[in-house]
Design a protein around this ligand. Sequence first.
Ligand code: ADP
Ligand code: MG
Length: 358
Amino acid sequence: MLNRRDFMKLGLGACLLPAVGCSRAEAVVSETMYVFGTLVGVDVLASDKAAARAAIADVSHAFTRQNRDWHAWKPGALGDLNRAIAAGRTHEVDDDLLPLLHQARDLARASGGLFNPAIGRLVGLWGFHNDEMPVGTPPHADAVAELVAAAPSMDDLVFDGSRVGSRNPQVQLDLGGHAKGVALNQALDRLATRGYADALVNLGGNLAVSGTRGGRPWRIGVRHPQGGHSDLRHSQNGGAIASLEVSGRMAVVTSGTYERYRQHGDRRYPHIIDPRSGQPATHVVSATVLHPDAARADVAATALVVAGAEAWPEVARSMGVSEVMLVDEAGRVQLTPGMAAKLEFVAPPASVTTVEIA
Ligand code: ADP
Ligand code: MG
């Protein structure tokens, strides 16, 4: 079911700010769909609308497969692997999932373990393995401590060709911070293979573009992390904190603590968990990363939220991302010079600090 918020999410993820100069024969063909628990939009520049729609349908089918196969808690290929790991068995992994696991392991290492897709049990313990947002008392401290002490890590995985096992049965894989980035990359690849070199794919506010929008850059809105529902609706700027122009192969991915959380009284426990403490990351409200590789951008955005407002530059450096914007709980913005050069604030933030990470 689509709700108003989903529509806003999509709209704001890709504010295609007005007026496009497309060549006479070409126009933007747009489709929206609901996958990955979010609203998804695909725009391609095309002269043959019907052919473009067929290509987008292909992409849409791939999203549906990926959502099923890589789902963190519903039955599918990843679920099968998780069950085998819990039972101490090895498992044959298919050609789509296997490279994801290798990449997730490499990126987890690069993040110093702040991105850790092996902490599925913790994510589940906090109640996030559910379509509904959890409410009520946080999990018992002992239960959290036990899972932290079990130290599940991607380095526990043992790869033997396409057979995968884990030395640690407490590993439970959750690719929620990575899979959408992979899906974005593959969607652009799939469109390019079919001749659509100018495209924008928006997975619930995480975007990737290729080429241009008829010779002009794609214009993208980065959603204001602290805009509540009504703020977003009534805001003059449609709830965007900033806009930026991107062209060529580029992803703009935002991870935030404002979107999915456990509500208990007036406290919110976000869905991004610090693997070191087992506690939700609360001090950074959002991290936005620009990178040509959407998978790396997705993972880095999650890791930077965990890293927090002081440690993030070091983690960005080790993950090879240099175009970053962080917003903290007080609305203060930190950004790298690379990001500053591309971005325009829609509404002036509480403060803006430029941080060199190189
Ligand atoms: P979104 O999916 O909303 O865009 P993210 O990309 O930040 O947000 O992914 C958050 C998801 O990643 C969580 O819902 C959970 O499934 C998983 N996750 C939570 N904490 C971590 C972590 N420290 N490392 C890796 N994955 C995590
Ligand atoms: Mg992410």
